[in-house]
Design a protein around this ligand. Structure first.
Ligand SMILES: O=P(O)(O)OC[C@H]1O[C@H](OP(=O)(O)OP(=O)(O)O)[C@H](O)[C@@H]1O
Ligand SMILES: O=c1cc[nH]c(=O)[nH]1
Ligand SMILES: [Mg+2]
Length: 210
């Protein structure tokens, strides 16, 4: 396993991922499980976000407490399938900002083709969490992170549900500074660039487009 990988092995995460993988999981249950998984992954990924102390008043007395600055965090969704992760992430950090990058893999070359890019302002002050269920060849993630690095953010993390040794290696070679959080590292890619055993085409399963 390359040094960039952080495997989220929590039993709840593994349980939901197993149910999502099943080919007979309906679009409805696939979406619900993805949403629940995203919340669990968000909990893990935000373990080190900065907090500050503020003064508050309880019904009994003044005290001080820690708060996060949710506005500093940006979830960047790689369209389409990244969208399936966003709601679950935002339920854990409701104040976060959201950016979108539209990318699709050319089915023949498997290279990432960009068709959309929209980010919040002041990205140089923000911590970015890029979300996409799949890190397969790594071409989409590498392209997305390359574009984001042009905005010099404070930090970048990548979150997916499934990856494979090939995707982790491609990502580590291009962006060794970007940690990859994943619920599973599967065996390999097939000749069409799909993860095996995998869960199929994430975007098509979320949106029922196949
Ligand atoms: O690591 P890679 O080899 O780049 O593959 C991963 C990408 O492939 C899928 O997107 P797809 O191109 O199918 O678009 P979609 O999300 O709109 O279905 C998936 O959602 C990832 O973005
Ligand atoms: O297995 C895979 C690989 C790339 N993209 C997907 O949606 N699934
Ligand atoms: Mg797809």
């Amino acid at each position: 396993m390359t040094p960039n990988a952080h495997l989220v092995s929590h039993p709840l995460v593994q349980h939901k991922l197993t149910l999502m993988r099943r080919k007979d999981a309906s679009t409805n249950s696939f979406r619900r499980l993805l949403n629940e998984l995203a919340s669990l992954m968000a909990y893990e990924v935000t373990r080190d976000i900065p907090t500050s102390e503020i003064e508050i008043e309880t019904p009994l007395e003044m005290t001080r407490g820690q708060v996060i600055d949710g506005k500093k965090l940006v979830f960047v969704s790689i369209l389409r399938a990244g969208t399936g992760i966003l709601d679950g992430m935002l339920s854990v950090v409701p104040g976060a900002r959201v950016g979108h990058i539209g990318l699709y893999r050319d089915p023949k070359t498997l290279t990432a083709v960009e068709y959309y890019f929209k980010m919040p302002s002041d990205m140089q002050e923000r911590d970015i969490v890029v979300v996409d269920p799949m890190l397969a060849t790594g071409n989409s993630a590498v392209a997305a992170v390359e574009r984001l690095k042009e905005l010099s953010p404070k930090s970048i993390k990548f979150v997916c549900l499934l990856t494979c040794p090939e995707g982790l290696k491609t990502m580590y070679e291009a962006h060794p500074d970007v940690p990859v959080y994943t619920a599973a590292i599967d065996r390999q890619l097939n000749e069409h660039g799909y993860i095996l055993p995998g869960l199929g085409d994430a975007g098509d399963r979320i949106f029922g487009t196949k």
